[in-house]
Ligand binder design. Sequence first.
Ligand code: ADP
Ligand code: ADP
Ligand code: ZN
Length: 216
Amino acid sequence: MNLILLGPPGAGKGTQAKRLADKYNIIQLSTGEMLRAAVKEGSEIGRKAKAAMDAGGLVSDEIVIGIIADRIDQPDCANGYILDGFPRTLAQAAALETLLAEKKREINAVINIKVDDDAMIERISGRYACAKCGAGYHDVYLKPAKAGVCDTCAGTEFTRRADDNPETVRSRLMAYYRETAPLIGFYFAKGKLRNVDGMATIDQVTREIEGVLAKI
Ligand code: ADP
Ligand code: ADP
Ligand code: ZN
């Protein structure tokens, strides 16, 4: 099963992708996570991507398409994957169509996580993650069971993304509305779009997505 998770920054794509990957035994492919790893490593891709990421803009189509083309060819993707944060432009969506057609594969569903504009800002401002295992949390909506201790790995250090600040969030929302929102129409026209209510609790959103996937 190959899925796309669509939605604005902070919609809950990463949170849901991790859960779905575990449940359906498929791989989560987050271009954001891959790009952050490249920046940290200081690789050529990382050096090229950094300025756009810091400013809350989009990294070039060429770079992210290259990353995804290599990644979906790896053996661990044979059982399927969830694209989280890709495609983000119509050009990326078209490139993905071409890549999949060459392999005689297809996207089974595009899950569009719908959230109110105000909620995105709130979710992004409260987002943090375990520094050791990457488990995601939120100051208000998803606190670890024991304050300051990661539920998953018992780590006690946490990080916040450099781009999760109020100035950059505005640019990221603008990039979403200009470049990514048209993909909703693109996938609707292809008959692949499935909307879920991203304003529900994390567990409810997971259940709604599972209900959608049970029908495809
Ligand atoms: P995205 O990958 O779409 O940018 P994340 O999955 O990182 O979004 O979620 C953004 C923040 O909002 C995280 O801190 C996460 O814990 C929290 N969050 C995710 N889904 C929900 C939800 N349905 N209700 C409340 N908070 C949520
Ligand atoms: P969000 O939580 O805002 O959805 P991501 O972790 O998906 O953030 O992405 C972080 C940043 O990485 C984006 O603001 C953008 O600069 C870059 N990025 C990630 N995926 C893509 C993509 N498919 N195309 C262009 N830029 C991307
Ligand atoms: Zn952890």
